[in-house]
Design a protein around this ligand. Structure first.
Ligand SMILES: C[S@@+](CC[C@H](N)C(=O)[O-])C[C@H]1O[C@@H](n2cnc3c(N)ncnc32)[C@H](O)[C@@H]1O
Length: 272
């Protein structure tokens, strides 16, 4: 028998809601964290997220101003001392990024958590991250830090001294990471911190897996790339490489991953 339409008229469509507080503008899908779109702040809840979008059937949760303020509070939670300020000033003068105070505090905690005696660092810079790592390591621990720029390492050496670390707590190796890392011992490290050339991130991951003991931890600084990693617009190769790194770490059966939202994003993973 042929199907026929019902004789009765279709029910009228429900009236559109026009109250803007009930019907916020859609969040642009281009960015998960809209920087200048305040519509998501209209229905905040206690935990800093807005459920306005969820009530409209969207899966993404958006970030409120409270959440950003909380992040800023967390990032400044552990105060920095004169040595760190000195190293930061040298980095600023040299046009270098240093890890944020919050990332530095996280690095201390991670180094202490794995009871680090041997840490490898890619990208010494002027020593900001190195000071944080040394504070978290065992008192007899040694930081091996690699950087092709002797001037950066010279500043870091001075900064470590100002921070009160004996000179035998750090081994400075001048050179490019991919030339130096193959000479370091297999399974000889408790933690590897990567903050060198982002284009080489996947190579750093492969080397880290070789260098780490089981239960050791790898951390990558700056994986948010100032928001570009989650931005669907055209991006430079270094951002593409960071996305590949994030996928590789998340999908590796050898790793237990976590992406910490401190500073510019700290990707961490423990080697099984
Ligand atoms: C962002 S800075 C590191 C900042 C440092 N981790 C801190 O927080 O104080 C990046 C450093 O990586 C170094 N670098 C660049 N290419 C590198 C490579 N291929 N291998 C090792 N280090 C590299 C740069 O000379 C620079 O000192």
């Amino acid at each position: 028998m042929a199907w026929s339409a019902p004789a009765s008229a279709p029910a009228p469509a429900p009236a559109r809601r026009t109250d803007p507080s009930l019907d916020p503008r859609p969040i642009p899908r281009r960015s998960l964290i809209p920087l200048n779109d305040r519509s998501h702040q209209q229905v905040p809840d206690g935990n800093g997220y807005s459920h306005a979008q969820a009530t409209r059937g969207h899966k993404e949760r958006v970030i409120t101003g409270n959440r950003l303020t909380s992040w800023a509070f967390a990032d400044a939670f552990v105060a920095e001392d004169d040595a760190l300020r000195w190293a930061r000033d040298r980095a600023r003068e040299a046009g270098l990024r240093s890890v944020s105070p919050g990332t530095g505090a996280a690095l201390r905690v991670l180094a202490a958590t794995v009871d680090a005696k041997a840490v490898a660092e890619i990208g010494t810079g002027t020593g900001v991250s190195g000071i944080h790592l040394l504070h978290g390591m065992r008192p007899d621990g040694v930081l091996t830090t690699v950087d092709p720029e002797p001037e950066h390492q010279q500043f870091a050496r001075q900064a470590f001294r100002v921070a009160g670390f004996a000179s035998n707590r750090a081994r400075f190796i001048p050179g490019h990471a991919l030339d130096v890392l193959p000479r370091l011992a297999d399974s000889g490290y408790d933690l590897v911190f990567c903050d060198g050339d982002r284009l080489e991130s996947l190579d750093y991951l492969a080397e880290s897996l070789r260098l780490l003991r089981p239960g050791g931890l790898v951390a990558f600084e700056g994986v948010f790339a100032s928001g570009r990693t989650v931005d669907s617009g055209p991006q430079p190769t270094e951002v593409i490489r960071l996305r590949e790194l994030l996928r590789a770490v998340r999908e590796s059966p050898e790793l237990v991953p976590s992406l910490l939202p401190v500073g510019d994003g700290l990707l961490c993973a423990v080697k099984r």
